[in-house]
Design a protein around this ligand. Structure first.
Ligand code: DC
Length: 236
């Protein structure tokens, strides 16, 4: 073991990639090992989707979605580990993982004006917390194009479907049949990567990591080594 000393100075590490690659878990653990903050940008889109459902707003009514989500003043409680998302100052972290939210969130995340709103918020968080591991779909490409270290996590869709099923079991929910999960994942991949604004892409300067054949712990250890190496070669 190397011990996990906090790294020195400011650094933004971005982790992008499709659903089910273990991104959130990896990002949270990596942040812990490096002594950095962790930003889950998916939680922000999920909160917007939950608000849309809970307020009974029509998915086609993008102007109302935008107005109500702005009014909710989404932000994180950084005193919690991992930070919890708040809407109208109330914790939303449980609600955002519900299946009905997961089903519509990629449609919400395709609303261009809403993405602009989220990108602004995420950049502000980056200014407030410049020692950050941030994960999402557009973190290295759009939100933090100048981030010092960028990764793109990927895995075979069938592996990702299996992981989703496992996650649901761990959360105490009976998962749908694997074929249905795979179908949902492929649909979400396609929506996330073909939308006009902030599509899911692997930035040119990101390192692509296939998380399929290795455990989450091995992924975290590998990324930790890569970040430390990169920062050791920093020109000061
Ligand atoms: O990573 P996740 O499953 O919590 O993401 C939820 C949805 O939000 C998913 O459809 C992709 C979208 N998303 C996005 O478009 N941009 C981000 N930066 C993060 C998530």
């Amino acid at each position: 073991m190397t011990g996990h000393q906090p790294i020195q100075g400011d650094v933004i590490v971005t982790l992008d990639g499709p659903a089910g690659t273990g991104k959130s878990t990896v990002a949270r653990l990596l942040a812990g090992r490096l002594g950095l903050e962790f930003l889950d940008t998916g939680a922000m889109y999920r909160a917007a989707a939950a608000i849309t459902l809970d307020r009974g707003i029509d998915l086609a009514d993008t102007q109302t979605i935008l107005t109500v989500v702005a009014d909710a003043d989404l932000h994180f409680d950084w005193t919690q580990d991992p930070p919890t998302i708040l809407a109208w100052m109330n914790p939303y972290n449980q609600r955002i993982r519900d299946p009905d939210v997961t089903k519509i969130v990629s449609q919400i995340a395709a609303i261009g004006k809403l993405r602009e709103h989220m990108v602004r918020k995420q950049r502000l968080i980056g200014q407030q917390y410049p020692r950050l591991v941030t994960e999402g779909r557009d973190q290295g490409s759009v939100v933090f194009p100048d981030a010092e270290v960028k990764f793109y996590l990927d895995a075979d869709p069938a592996v990702r479907a299996m992981r989703r099923a496992e996650q649901m079991r761990l959360a105490g929910n009976e998962p749908p049949p694997e074929a249905e999960l795979l179908h949902d994942i492929l649909l979400r991949d396609s929506r996330d990567s073909t939308r006009k604004d902030g599509p899911l892409i692997c930035p040119d300067d990101a390192e692509r990591v296939d998380t399929g054949p290795i455990s989450i712990d091995e992924v975290v250890s590998y990324l930790e080594r890569r970040v430390r190496l990169r920062l050791a070669n920093r020109k000061s």
